[in-house]
Design a protein. Structure first.
Length: 367
């Protein structure tokens, strides 16, 4: 069988009526299609490769020369009609589909917004960041250390001997077994030791961090609390540098307030002092002419803020630093206490209970 005969068999009746019937069937299918997907099927069935019209088109070459032109024109026009109808319908259906989709996915921008509260950073976290920033601005670095600490770092290296009251089990939370000689750090001071052992001199660091003690849980004590430690080791460091640094910190934290350093005792510093803040509750009461005892400072006029001093030469020596060449100062204060003075938080229990209203009142509103 020759090619011509095959084509003739596949599309035997290429007369006007047959072609017209194909076109009408195709147009009816186009009109009935209601979706882009259905139109795609109509196109495949009526104009694509294996459709009668496509087969007819291919068989034109096999016709007698006298008929080719006329049949070619007929098939061409038929295809054009179907294609035009398809294109029009496709545009209309696509527009209708888009309109339906827009209605279905409509967002009412006038609806009230969700009332999910955004929360706030914890005031202690926010304050530790602020405290750190004061020192970063002066070119100091932030140092860190582990909360589960070697007893030696937490005590011995800081000149707190084995019989010092700070080592009694009533204050310190020891990690079992006791032979591990690990404790939950009772202060941030071990970070001084870690810094001196690992950093090149000079050292200018602060360490805001979490600390632990076997304390009561009441308005002024919580067993998990926070301190900020500071340490400077350089040539020619004096008590004057310490006072200037703490005055600057007090100004940034509390505004216009006087400070004093008062002799005290800490094993890690010699001489040691306590840094006090002028009681601003008293000061403001005096200014407003109030009488009676001040409950914040018991009318002392000063409130304790933290401990400080000149780094004990024995501590420098324990870290391999020559006390003849270098000297330093150190300080440590409670972050919770600082928050109480700064933001008027009266009860430390509020700081651990996790009520977002407390955070929002102290941080969310203030920021
Ligand atoms: N670590 C001491 C404490 O928790 C506070 C302290 C006192 C820190 C004197 C210091 C310091 O750096 O020099 O009670």
């Amino acid at each position: 069988m020759s090619d011509r005969e095959t084509a003739a068999t596949a599309a035997p009746a290429l007369d006007e009526a047959t072609i017209e019937r194909w076109v009408e069937e195709a147009l009816a299918a186009v009109a009935a299609a209601e979706s882009t997907a259905q139109l795609k099927r109509v196109r495949a069935q009526h104009v694509a490769e294996k459709s009668p019209l496509a087969l007819a088109n291919r068989s034109i070459g096999g016709l007698e020369a006298s008929r080719r032109k006329a049949v070619g024109a007929l098939v061409g026009q038929a295809k054009a009609r179907v294609n035009r109808a398809l294109a029009e319908r496709e545009t209309a259906v696509a527009a209708a589909e888009l309109a339906t989709q827009l209605v279905a996915e409509r967002v009412d921008v006038t609806l009230p917004v969700g009332s999910t509260p955004v929360g706030a950073p914890h005031p202690i976290t926010a304050l530790m960041d602020d405290l750190g920033d004061v020192f970063l601005a002066m070119g100091w670095e932030i140092a860190e250390g582990p909360e589960v600490e070697a007893e030696w770092m937490n005590f011995d290296a800081l000149n707190i001997g084995p019989h010092h009251p700070a080592r009694a089990t009533s204050d310190t939370l020891f990690v079992e077994p006791l032979s591990s000689h690990l404790v939950l750090r009772t202060h941030t001071s071990p970070v001084q030791i870690r810094s001196m052992l690992s950093r090149p001199l000079p050292i200018y660091i602060v360490c805001p961090g979490t600390t632990y003690r076997a304390d009561e849980f009441d308005a002024t004590h919580v067993p998990v609390f926070h301190q900020i430690e500071g340490l400077v080791v350089d040539r020619g460091i004096t008590l004057g540098h310490l006072k200037g640094t703490l005055d600057h910190l007090a100004q940034v934290m509390f505004g216009d307030v006087r400070t004093r350093i008062r002799p005290s005792y800490f094993p890690l510093t010699e001489p040691s002092a306590e840094i006090d803040l002028e009681c601003f509750v008293c000061r403001d009461r005096r200014r407003s002419g109030a009488e009676g005892e001040c409950r914040t400072c018991h009318s002392e006029g000063w409130i304790e803020w933290g401990g400080c001093g000149v780094v004990n030469p024995r501590v420098l020596a324990a870290c391999g630093i020559d006390p003849e060449e270098y000297s330093g100062f150190a300080f440590g204060m409670g972050v919770e206490r600082t928050l109480m003075f700064r933001n008027g938080a009266a009860d430390m229990r509020d700081m651990v209970e996790g009520d977002v209203r407390f955070s929002q009142a102290l941080v969310g509103g203030a920021r």
